[in-house]
Design a protein around this ligand. Structure first.
Ligand code: SF4
Length: 449
C-alpha cells in the first residue's frame, strides 16, 4: 500500500539538512509520496527507515532495460495514467518480428531495410528500435541461424520468441551479451525460462492469458525464482480487450500499488488485426495506452512514419516546449543578399518554416529569437516576441551575415511592424505570410519583385 507524505516523514531523519535538494524533510516526503523523487536522494536515512520506505520509493512500474549499453530500449517507470497529469517518460520500443522460417536472404533484406530506416522530425532522428526473432520452425538450429543472420546486419536490441527452453538457451548462447528480452515464461515452462533469465541476466516476459489473477500468480513464482526484470503479456490481442486489460494493469500498478503487476507490457498488434491498416491503428492504440514493447509484423515507411511521429508527440514532456537555440540559421546556402526572416524558437515553428523554404529552393537566413519555446502568437501575447527582442536578435545574429536591411516578420505579428521600424532605423520591415506554406509564393512575389 502506498504511504502518505506524513507517514513517510516519520521515517526520515527530520534534520532539514537540505542535502536532498528540498528545504525540509516534509517537502521531500511529499515528493516521495507522489513518486517524483527517489529515496536515495536522502543520504542520511537509517537502514530501518530505508527498509520501511522501500515500497514507497519503488517505482510503481519497474524500469526494464532491453539491450546493452550501446543500443538499448528502456521501458516502464511510468507514474501517471494520463500524459497531461505529468508526462510519460519511456517511449515504447517498436520492433519488427522476423521468423526463423523465412529464407536467409529475405531476413537479411528486411533487417537491412528496417535498421537503415530513419526519418527526421523537429530535428530528431526517428527509427524503429529492434527486432523480435520468432522460433516458428520449432528447431533450435534454425533459431540460432536466424539470430546470427540478424546479428550480422544490426546490433539493435532483440526479443527472442520461443516456448522451448532448449531453443531459447541455444539462442541466448549466441546473443546474451546484448541482453535480449526472453519471450516468454508460461505456466508450463516458467521455471526453466526463469533459470535462463538468471543465467544470462536477461529480462523475461511472462505470458498468461487466463486472467490477471493467474498472471499475478505466475509473476510471483518467477519473482520467487529470483527474476526481477519482467515484462507482462496478459494475452490481449484485439482493440477492445487490449485497451481494457492494459488500462486495468496500469491502474492496478499506479493506483493500487499492486507490485506483482507493476511491470511494462508487451503487445503484438499484428495478431489482433486482419489488415495492415488495422495493425497500424492497433499499434497506435498501444503507443497511447500503455505498451512498453510493441512487436510489429509488417514494416513500410508509410506505416512507420506516422507511428513514430505519434510516439514522439505522446512521449514529449508537455511542460517543456521543444525548442531550438537562438541564432541565425542558413537554409539553402544563402548569400549576403538573401532574404532575412525572423521567428520564434518553438521547434515545430522552425521546422515548418525551414521545410517550406527548403522546398521553395530560395536561399534564406532565418533569425531565431529565444521565446522560451513558445510559438509566434503565444510568444507575442506573452510579451516574449516583441520588437525589442526581435531587433536585439537581428543585430546580434544577422549583422555580419547580410548586406541589406530588409527583414521579413511573421504575418501573424504584423502589428510589430511600426515598433520594429523604430527599433531598427533604416530597415525595411516586411510583413510575411500568416502561414509557413505561403513563404515560397511570398518570396517570389515580394522579395524578387
Ligand atoms: S536529505 Fe534527508 S534529512 Fe536532509 S532534508 Fe532531505 S530528507 Fe531531510
Amino acid at each position: 500500500m502506498a504511504l502518505s507524505g506524513i507517514q513517510i516523514y516519520k521515517f526520515l531523519p527530520k534534520t532539514n539538512c537540505k542535502k536532498c535538494g528540498f528545504p525540509t524533510c516534509l517537502a521531500f516526503a511529499m515528493k516521495l509520496a507522489s513518486r517524483e523523487v527517489e529515496l536515495s536522494l536522502c543520504p542520511d536515512i537509517s537502514e530501518e527507515g530505508k527498509a520501511a520506505l522501500e515500497t514507497a520509493s519503488r517505482p510503481p512500474i519497474r524500469l526494464v532495460t532491453i539491450g546493452s549499453d550501446s543500443k538499448k530500449v528502456e521501458v516502464g517507470n511510468e507514474v501517471v495514467m494520463f500524459r497531461h497529469e505529468k508526462t510519460f517518460f519511456h517511449q515504447p520500443g517498436l520492433v519488427l518480428r522476423i521468423s526463423d522460417t523465412e529464407p536467409q536472404e529475405v531476413v537479411t533484406s528486411r533487417v537491412s531495410e528496417v535498421a537503415a530506416y530513419s526519418v527526421e522530425r523537429v530535428g530528431l532522428q526517428l527509427s524503429l528500435d529492434g527486432f523480435a526473432i520468432q522460433n516458428k520452425s520449432k528447431e533450435a538450429a534454425s533459431f540460432v541461424s536466424c539470430i546470427e543472420t540478424v546479428r550480422a546486419k544490426t546490433d539493435l536490441p532483440l526479443v527472442l520468441i520461443s516456448d522451448d527452453p532448449g531453443a531459447m538457451g541455444a539462442g541466448l548462447d549466441k546473443t546474451a551479451k546484448s541482453k535480449p528480452l526472453i519471450y516468454a515464461a508460461t505456466s508450463d515452462n516458467w521455471d526453466k525460462m526463469a533459470e535462463l533469465s538468471k543465467q544470462y541476466q536477461c529480462p523475461l516476459a511472462v505470458y498468461e492469458p487466463q486472467g490477471l489473477t493467474e498472471l499475478a500468480g505466475l509473476v510471483e513464482q518467477v519473482n520467487k525464482a529470483g527474476v526481477e526484470d519482467i515484462v507482462l503479456d496478459p494475452g490481449a490481442r484485439g482493440f477492445v480487450d487490449s485497451l481494457s486489460l492494459f488500462t486495468q494493469l496500469r491502474r492496478l500498478a499506479l493506483r493500487k500499488s499492486f507490485s506483482l503487476l507493476g511491470y511494462p507490457l508487451i503487445s503484438f498488434p499484428g495478431e489482433g488485426a486482419e489488415t495492415l491498416a488495422e495493425e497500424a491503428t492497433l499499434c497506435a492504440q498501444h503507443i497511447a495506452k500503455y505498451s512498453g514493447i510493441i512487436v510489429l509484423d509488417h514494416f513500410s515507411p508509410a506505416m512507420a512514419y506516422p507511428l513514430l511521429t505519434l510516439r514522439l508527440n505522446i512521449y514529449t514532456d508537455p511542460q517543456k516546449p521543444m525548442r531550438l537555440e537562438a541564432g541565425i540559421y542558413p537554409i539553402n546556402e544563402p548569400k549576403a543578399d538573401s532574404p532575412l526572416m525572423v521567428s520564434t524558437n518553438f521547434s515545430l515553428t522552425y521546422f515548418s518554416i525551414s521545410g517550406e523554404v527548403e522546398s521553395s529552393r530560395w536561399p534564406c537566413w532565418l533569425v531565431i529569437c529565444d521565446t522560451e519555446g513558445l510559438s509566434v502568437l503565444t510568444a507575442w501575447s506573452a510579451g516574449k516576441f516583441d520588437a525589442e527582442r526581435i531587433a536585439k536578435a537581428v543585430k546580434q545574429f544577422a549583422a555580419d551575415k547580410v548586406s541589406h536591411q530588409r527583414l521579413i516578420i511573421p504575418g501573424r505579428v504584423s502589428v510589430l511592424r511600426g515598433e520594429l521600424e523604430e527599433e531598427l532605423p533604416g530597415w525595411e520591415i516586411m510583413v510575411g505570410p500568416p502561414e509557413a506554406m505561403g513563404i515560397g509564393p511570398y518570396l517570389k512575389q515580394r522579395w524578387a519583385g
